[in-house]
Design a protein around this ligand. Structure first.
Ligand SMILES: Cc1cc2nc3c(=O)[nH]c(=O)nc-3n(C[C@H](O)[C@H](O)[C@H](O)COP(=O)(O)OP(=O)(O)OC[C@H]3O[C@@H](n4cnc5c(N)ncnc54)[C@H](O)[C@@H]3O)c2cc1C
Length: 323
């Protein structure tokens, strides 16, 4: 392995958590192999935010200034920076933009990318990338026979480190903007609720079909409000229009890793579990004691959400008042 480049996705002036998770893993590997861990940013950041990148171990922070995201242009930036800084490995956070960028970077470099990487193993000189397949029922080990190796990192798979103390030397590079682009983003129109940032939320309250009725859903909302947490949903709840698509967790939704996940009336289908199994602590409320989610839950409450949620809301309010 030579140097490793991590693309840092930035939202509202701050690196997203998954970028820092990816960078932390890259830095751990780089230190072990005696190489450099570089972070690529595309806008100027305040010192606190740069410190987060240093904490995640970046030896160098390469700044290429841009006003807005464009896949072809950003893909070209990654390629050019990787070449200039002799990076054989490129880590990209597995967000929507990341999953857009990685194949383009790979195609430009005449290689392939591996998506959803949750573990990286070394066998001699070989690097094995572990990623979930078939709704996370099977783990696949893949290797890339030629560098550069490009991966997208799955949320919650690696710890976000703050203690790696990279030198974080800031270097600005000027790379011409790609003008010959096949698609131009003129405007971004968000669907209602599309800005929900589940990936970075420390607490998520999830509404399953069992809690999506007119009677119970307001209680789920109240619990989320008490925790100041976003509400997510299982796919049937999204399909029924109770919550927007951006709130869906799972195989065909978002992959999250909050410190606390609370599932209300969620059965625990494999397609949902594959999006939240990396949560720090899982609390599940379900009236069926055989619901599969209880196999994964740290605490399971067997009961009707109609009865349990008001009790839970009251208890959390009391704790917060006395804190
Ligand atoms: C290709 C594919 C992709 C998919 N992608 C996703 C995905 O990304 N995300 C996702 O979530 N699903 C996905 N699904 C759907 C998935 O298979 C499940 O159907 C879905 O997760 C079930 O959602 P649920 O738990 O809300 O509903 P259900 O399975 O219907 O479970 C409802 C639960 O609520 C409990 N319950 C009912 N009433 C109450 C009450 N009053 N109090 C307490 N508990 C109660 C029931 O006991 C039950 O366990 C996908 C499916 C396919 C085929």
């Amino acid at each position: 392995m030579k140097n490793i480049l991590t693309y840092i996705e930035i939202k509202e002036g701050a690196p997203i958590k998954l970028s820092l998770e990816a960078l932390s893993k890259a830095s751990e590997i780089a230190v072990e192999k005696g190489n450099k861990s570089l972070a690529l940013i595309t806008e100027e950041l305040k010192d606190d935010e740069l410190n987060k990148i240093k904490g995640a171990g970046a030896s160098d922070i390469v700044l290429v200034k841009r006003d807005a995201y464009n896949m072809e242009d950003f893909s070209n930036i990654i390629v050019e920076v990787a070449k200039k800084y002799d990076c054989e490995d490129i880590f990209i956070p597995g967000t929507l933009d990341g999953k857009d960028l990685a194949p383009n970077v790979a195609a430009t470099l005449d290689t392939v990318s591996i998506t959803n990487v949750m573990e990286i193993k070394f066998e001699g000189e070989e690097v094995l990338y572990v990623s979930p397949s078939y709704g996370a029922t099977v783990l696949t080990e893949s290797k890339l026979n030629k560098a550069p190796r490009i991966i997208t990192v799955r949320a919650g798979s690696f710890d976000k480190r703050e203690d790696l103390s990279g030198a974080g030397n800031l270097v600005e590079e000027n790379i011409d903007e790609v003008r010959d682009i096949k698609s131009i983003i003129r405007d971004v129109v968000m669907a209602a609720g599309a800005e929900i940032n589940l990936e970075d939320a420390p607490i998520i309250v999830t509404c399953g079909r069992g809690a999506s009725s007119d009677e119970i859903f307001p209680l789920v909302k109240e619990l989320a409000d008490v925790f100041d947490a976003p509400i997510s949903g299982t796919r049937p709840v999204i399909d029924d229009g109770v919550l927007p698509k951006a709130s869906q967790i799972g195989q065909s939704g978002k992959i999250v890793s909050p410190a606390l996940y609370i599932g209300c009336g969620v059965s625990g289908a494999v397609q949902h579990i594959s999006g939240m199994e990396n949560s720090g602590f899982i609390l599940a409320i379900n009236k069926d004691e055989d619901a599969p989610i209880f196999k994964l839950a740290d605490v399971g409450i067997v009961g009707d959400c109609k009865v349990i949620l008001p009790l839970l809301i009251e208890e959390v309010k009391k704790i917060k008042e006395n804190a």
